[in-house]
Design a protein around this ligand. Structure first.
Ligand SMILES: Nc1nc2c(ncn2[C@@H]2O[C@H](COP(=O)(O)OP(=O)(O)OP(=O)(O)O)[C@@H](O)[C@H]2O)c(=O)[nH]1
Ligand SMILES: [Mg+2]
Length: 234
């Protein structure tokens, strides 16, 4: 898979862990037992998808991001009710020319989707139904949780999308709506809440202990072979 990362994002290697975050500080070994969920972040170019995902995984506002090419991966492991959940965030490209070869990969085996628009950019809000339609075209099932996020709320004087219109759209799809800012440090927990809302939803209905599953398969095969050997000797 051809994947290009933003060179300014030093922790942005494929599925990198950010050890400075309290919630992400488990070792790889510990994470072996975590359930893994793939979350894609979709929306027009420049709405702040990269900054939102960076805020959630890196804890800070990314200054001077470049347009995403293909996809950037970020990751954060959280602990919910004593269970480790690894969120693999796919920060997708908004520009058509940077995403067209990747679209199939975005939607394959996705567990949850975040649609982002910019509250200061009406066309980015008007595009949301098209992004939702694209998901349906790629056979994303109705049980895959979706959230709509209006970003850049810190730019109060430039707002073009009234909260009422956004609620109306979100209600029409029955998706939760969050309005927030990747830039405003006071919104940090609100950004976390977007991803944690999905994590809770996924935790309650997706058994995906990949490593445990494979370990148990190996164990079963070994037991089976031992039994066969024993019965041959008899
Ligand atoms: N004021 C403000 N600016 C923001 C916020 N989030 C992102 N930006 C700015 O918006 C611009 C685009 O941000 P990105 O995160 O790169 O946008 P993107 O959606 O990833 O764009 P593509 O990768 O091209 O799809 C940058 O100049 C950011 O600094 C925010 O919450 N508030
Ligand atoms: Mg981006």
């Amino acid at each position: 898979m051809a994947i290009e990362n933003n060179p300014e994002e030093e922790f942005d290697t494929v599925f990198s862990l950010n050890d400075s975050l309290q919630l992400s500080s488990h070792s790889e070994q510990d994470c072996g037992k975590a359930r893994i969920f793939k979350i894609i972040v979709i929306g027009d170019s420049n709405v702040g998808k990269t900054c939102l995902t960076y805020r959630f995984c890196g804890g800070t506002f990314l200054k001077n991001p470049e347009a995403t090419i293909g996809v950037d991966f970020r990751e954060r492991t959280v602990e919910l009710d004593g269970e480790r959940i690894k969120l693999q965030i796919w920060d997708t490209a908004g520009q058509e020319r940077f995403r067209k070869s990747m679209v199939e990969h975005y939607y394959r085996s996705v567990h949850a989707i975040i649609f982002v628009y910019d509250v200061t950019n009406l066309p980015s809000f008007e595009s949301i139904p098209e992004w939702i339609e694209e998901c349906s075209k790629h056979s994303v099932g109705p049980l895959v949780p979706r959230i709509i996020v209006g970003n850049k709320c810190d730019l109060r004087e430039h707002r073009q999308v009234p909260a009422s219109a956004a609620h109306c759209l979100a209600d029409s799809y029955n998706f939760p709506l969050f309005e927030t800012s990747a830039k405003d440090p006071a919104e940090k927990e609100h950004v976390d809440a977007i991803f944690l809302t999905l994590a809770y939803r996924l935790k309650s209905h997706k058994p995906l202990r990949l490593k445990q599953l494979s370990e148990s398969c190996v164990r079963q095969l070994r037991d089976q072979r031992e039994q066969e050997t024993t019965s041959c000797q008899c």
